[in-house]
Design a protein around this ligand. Structure first.
Ligand code: SAM
Length: 283
C-alpha cells in the first residue's frame, strides 16, 4: 500500500525533499486531507478504466486517489519543476500520464482522443472561469466535471435567475451541465491555506443542452450582452452589447419580453427565446 500524499506530513516531506517552494502565482494550494480527496473521487464516480483529465496535479495528491480508483489519468501541469517530482511520487501507478503544459493551450482532443472522459481537478483559482468556459464551449466528449473551486465561484455556477451571483457563467454552466455542490472545504485542508473557502462541485454534462436554441452563438452573444452592463435594462444592455436599436426593439417584441426587465432576471428559456428572435430577424 502506498502512503497517501494527502497528509500534512507526507506533503511537507515531499516539498522539502525536492526543495519546492509553492507558487502563489500558479494558484498552488495542495490538498492535505485524504477525506476530501476520497470525496472528490467518489463524486466523480470513478470506475476502473475511466478516462480522466486532471488539471494541475501538483505533487500528485488527487492523481493518486484517481489512480487508486483505477482511472486512466492524463494530468496537465504548467509548473516545469513538477513533472520530475510526479515521476517519483506516482511511480507506483502505471496508468498515469503527466503532460507538461498550460491547460488553456494544450490540444485537448489530441490528448484525450474520441472516447468520453471525465474532468477532475483541484483548480488553480486564478483561471477558474477561463478553464471552465474552455472545457464547456469546445464541445469535448466530457461526461462529468468534478472540480474544486472558490466558494463564490460555485455560487455563481449554481445561481438562479434574479440572484446577485447569477451571470454569464451561471448560464453557460447550467446550459451544458447539471451542477451540484458536493463538499464544503475549509482553508485548513490545504498547504498553504488559501484565503477563501472552497467547494467541490460536480457538473454532470447534459446529453442535450438545457434549452434548445436555433443558434448557439447568438444565444451566448445575447447572454454576454445582457450581463455586460448589469445595472441597465435589458434593452439598453443589448444595445450596449452591439445590437442595433431597431433590432433590439423588434426582437424583444417578437420574444414578448418587457424591455424594462434587467438581464439578470432572465431564465435560460427566456434567453433562448430572445436569442431565437434575434436569429430569426437576422435571416
Ligand atoms: N492537484 C493538486 C492538489 O490537489 O493538491 C494541486 C492543486 S493546485 C490548487 C493547482 C495546480 O494547477 C498547481 O499544481 C499549479 O501549478 C497548476 N496550474 C496552474 N496553472 C495551470 C495551467 N494553466 N495549466 C495547468 N496547470 C496549472
Amino acid at each position: 500500500l502506498q502512503p497517501k500524499i494527502a497528509s500534512r506530513q507526507v506533503t511537507t516531506h515531499i516539498l522539502k525533499a525536492f526543495g519546492l517552494h509553492m507558487s502563489k502565482k500558479l494558484g498552488q494550494n495542495f490538498l492535505i486531507d485524504a477525506g476530501i480527496v476520497q470525496g472528490i473521487v467518489d463524486a466523480a464516480q470513478i470506475h476502473p478504466g475511466d478516462h480522466v483529465l486532471e488539471i494541475g496535479p501538483g505533487i500528485g495528491t488527487l492523481t493518486q486517489g484517481l489512480a487508486e480508483a483505477g482511472a486512466d489519468v492524463t494530468a496537465v501541469e504548467l509548473d516545469k519543476k513538477l513533472p520530475a517530482v510526479l515521476a517519483e511520487t506516482l511511480k507506483a501507478y502505471d496508468r498515469v500520464r503527466i503532460v507538461p503544459g498550460d491547460i488553456l493551450k494544450v490540444d485537448i482532443p489530441a490528448l484525450m482522443g474520441q472516447e468520453p472522459f471525465k474532468v477532475v481537478a483541484n483548480l488553480p483559482y486564478y483561471i477558474t472561469t477561463p478553464i471552465l468556459m474552455t472545457l464547456l464551449e469546445r464541445r469535448l466528449p466530457i461526461t462529468m466535471m468534478v472540480t474544486m473551486v472558490q466558494k463564490e465561484v460555485a455560487e455563481r455556477m449554481t445561481a438562479r435567475p434574479g440572484s446577485r451571483s447569477y451571470g454569464a457563467l451561471s448560464v453557460a454552466v447550467q446550459y451544458y451541465t447539471e451542477p451540484e455542490i458536493v463538499l464544503n472545504v475549509p482553508p485548513r485542508s490545504f498547504i498553504p491555506a488559501p484565503e477563501v473557502d472552497s467547494v467541490v462541485i460536480a457538473c454532470r454534462v447534459r446529453s442535450v443542452p438545457a434549452v434548445k436554441v436555433s443558434e448557439e452563438k447568438m444565444f451566448f452573444r445575447v447572454v454576454r450582452a445582457a450581463f455586460g452592463q448589469r445595472r441597465k435594462t435589458l434593452a439598453n444592455a443589448l444595445r450596449g452589447g452591439g445590437f442595433p436599436k431597431e433590432q433590439v426593439r423588434a426582437a424583444m417584441e417578437r420574444a414578448q419580453m418587457d424591455p424594462q426587465r434587467r438581464g439578470e432576471t432572465l431564465s435560460l428559456e427566456e434567453f433562448g427565446r430572445l436569442a431565437d428572435a434575434f436569429a430569426e430577424l437576422a435571416k
